[in-house]
Design a protein around this ligand. Sequence first.
Ligand code: NAD
Ligand code: UFG
Length: 339
Amino acid sequence: MRVLITGGAGYIGSHTVLHVLGAGHDVEVVDDLRNSTASIMPRLEDLSGRSIPLHVLDLCDRDATDRLITEGNFDAVIHFAGLKAVGESVAQPLDYYDNNLNSTISLLRAMGRHGVRHLVFSSSATVYGDTALPPFQEKLPTSATNPYGWTKVMIEQILRDVAVADPSWRIALLRYFNPVGAHESGQIGEDPQGTPNNLMPYLAQVAVGRRERLAVYGNDYPTVDGTGMRDYIHVMDLAAGHVAALQALGRLEESVHTWNLGTGKPTSVLQMVAAFSRAVGRDLPYEVVARRPGDIAESYADPHLANVELNWRARRSVDEMCADTWRWQSLNPDGYPDA
Ligand code: NAD
Ligand code: UFG
């Protein structure tokens, strides 16, 4: 297959580029580099031994997106591009609705016009909102607690509507739990700009000396040790899930499928601190502070559907997630060169 990967210079997209190439497909990347850097591309080419065209454009630009799809002769698209910071989405909701919805609509119009109807979309466990209790199953109703989450709920609905209007579409809605870790080479990984919002990159920056200590957001949740529990999934397992979904789209009868990509096993913040400390070889400093507004106590997947229908399973342990994150962070203490 010839596969277009939108947002392929970003964290999850870049790891997926390697997996899709490894499965024998051709890949092109489109990214406007608003949250990534072109300096990742030579690393991806070195790791894969393949040449990977990068198209630098904003997918909200309908003419440029149409030209890209016309000229690319793609069989399928994996759509990662979008803004993803929960707190920023609360402060700047219009930026989130504008970018995430318009880039997707522009892409879908171009795909529809040129007969490219296989799409894998990056959704999120955030669509389970804060009402149901885990393990989350795909059939639960969706909702959100912030504008970022609503963009995922809305895009899922747009995609279902598009497939009703034209059932020849084949669409995978992949709901990721908490992606962490890095490629085992240590050459690519997560490189957030500014202060990290998420646990794992924050811990990695504490370990490498860029931050003093981790703030643990609350230890009075009804969990094993009082801290929040999440379903952390190694980004390379997540990447493999995209290849499995891409291949499944060719053989499945129904137009739209929704799959959770998670391990099904939750880990607490303090368990993660302990695991990361093991990877680094010394105790990492932390202090318990107040809960972060909007956080839920516990989130984890029921991954059964993806295990059975995609013949896919997350295999890597929390210790591997920490070891690989640490290799990436210690080899690249300041992230990518010109990020
Ligand atoms: P990322 O920011 O590293 O990657 C997204 C990429 O999209 C960036 O390289 C950015 O420059 C690009 N982009 C954004 N808007 C664009 C536009 N209009 N045109 C072209 N390129 C554009 O984020 P990530 O962590 O790799 O996440 C990828 C996808 O997975 C996102 O849709 C995100 O919402 C979703 N997701 C991420 C997580 C997570 O914890 N990382 C969890 C659930 C879902
Ligand atoms: N945490 C801390 N200190 C920190 C950062 C996080 O204690 O500095 C705690 C949180 O309170 C939570 C856990 O670590 O208990 C995980 O927090 P993250 O911010 O790493 O992840 P979230 O589960 O809050 O959010 C992530 C993505 C969202 C996505 C959501 C559901 O960042 O985009 O998973 O998929 F919506």
